[in-house]
Structure formats: C-alpha cells, structure tokens
Design a protein around this ligand. Structure first.
Ligand SMILES: O=C(O)c1ccccc1NCC(=O)[C@H](O)[C@H](O)COP(=O)(O)O
Length: 217
C-alpha cells in the first residue's frame, strides 16, 4: 500500500458501523474480544458481522492476554486476517501465538515516552505488524488497555525505522488524523473512540469523515 495510508476502524459491533467502514474505504475492521470493553463482541456475534465483509477488507481480532482456548475459538469462528495483541504479551508469546494459529499478529506497544519506543524493537522479529498506542492513564485504576481516546507525542515516532509495517493509534479523530500522520510519518492509523457518539456507540458519519481525512492525509 505504498503511498496510501492504511486505516483500521476498531471496535465495531453493529452491521451499520461495519457497512460504513467498508463503504468509506477501511483497510481493516477490528472486533474487540474483551468483556470489560463497551465494544466487546462474542466470537459468534463477530462471525455474523464478518459475513458482510469483503475479502479486500481485513478482519482484525483484538484480544488482551487471551488464553489459547479463546484465541482458538476466535480463529475458528471469525477467520481473522490478523490477531491484534493488546495485552502484556511477551515477544516469546507473540511468536508462539503466530506459530500456533498460523495467523499474522500485530503487537500493540503502549507509549508514553522515548523508552517505550525503544522497547518496541524487541517485537520487530516476532510480529507481522506493530501498533503504537497511548499508554492507559495510570491514575485510572480500571482503565482499559486501549480505546481510551488518549494521544501521545506523535513526534516520538517521527523518523523512526521499523522492520515491519506499523499503525499509529490513540486519540485520533477526523480533525487531527491528517496532522498525526504528517508529524509521526505513520503508514497506517487506527481509531475507536474518535468515531463514536458514546463509548461503544459508533457514528457512521464520523467513521466516513475519519476515513476521508486519513486517506487524504
Ligand atoms: O477499544 C477498546 O475497548 C479496547 C479494549 C481493550 C483493549 C484495547 C481496546 N482498543 C484497542 C484499539 O485498537 C483502539 O482502537 C486503540 O486503542 C485507539 O483507541 P482510541 O484512542 O479510542 O481511538
């Protein structure tokens, strides 16, 4: 996809939101398998939603330190193109998951400062893709590992080089995504809260506006 920014719309849970992402030109759509999330879907619900997704749009299954049983069920029911690992999975666990299920993996790295960017290099060999997302707020004890509408300093990624394709996430919205791409140099972006009317409730208009702004950016 040289030249065009890849876009992932995450946390979809209705046929309307899935249709808006496809119509708007999303490259990836994400389903969240994490019961604490307002965007959580079961593998069976995701499998139904996935029926409307053309092969040109990749389905991403997002899990957080998932057990092998859950990963196996998701792979069997949903047939994702990518497993997004959003927990504290080690490089060894990332490699193990990739080998066990034969599905490419995207490891998410939480970022608050330069040390987090440096630490991400440990995942370059084992993961197929990387995603840099804002670190959850420390002061909020029950904060989710992602989907917090928080951004980090995009400049931290400017000029960095990676062996694998990567996405920028965290606090992106239709109004700021072009600037985020320009500053960070991100080849891909991901959004959840920035295309919602309320936590877990996606706006079809915001999904389309985000895609338009990111693809133009
Ligand atoms: O979105 C969630 O509810 C979620 C829950 C647990 C782990 C990860 C989660 N989301 C991960 C994503 O890929 C989000 O799109 C990413 O964190 C950006 O979120 P936002 O800042 O809300 O756009």
């Amino acid at each position: 996809m040289a030249g065009a920014t890849e876009v992932k719309i995450c946390g979809l849970s209705t046929p309307e939101a899935v249709a808006a992402a496809i119509e708007g030109g999303a490259d990836y759509i994400g389903f969240v398998f994490y019961p604490r999330s307002p965007r959580h879907v079961t593998p069976q619900q995701a499998a139904l939603l996935a029926k409307a997704v053309p092969a040109s749009v990749k389905i991403v299954a997002l899990t957080v330190d998932a057990t092998d049983d859950l990963l196996g069920e998701i792979v069997e029911e949903v047939h994702p193109a990518l497993l997004q690992l959003h927990g504290v999975e080690t490089p060894a666990r990332v490699t193990e998951i990739r080998q066990r299920y034969g599905v490419p993996v995207m490891k998410v790295l939480p970022v608050a400062g330069p040390a987090d960017i440096a630490a991400a290099h440990a995942y370059e060999d084992g993961a197929d893709r990387l995603m840099f997302d804002a670190k959850p707020p420390k002061e909020k004890k029950d904060a989710l590992p992602g989907g917090n509408a928080l951004s980090f300093d995009w400049q931290l990624l400017a000029g960095t080089e990676w062996k694998k394709p990567w996405l920028l996430a965290g606090g992106l919205r239709p109004e700021n995504v072009a600037e985020a791409i320009r500053i960070s140099g991100a080849p891909g972006v991901d959004v959840s809260s920035g295309v919602e009317e309320a936590p877990g409730r996606k706006s079809t208009a915001l999904i389309k506006a985000f895609l338009k702004a990111a693809k133009a950016g």
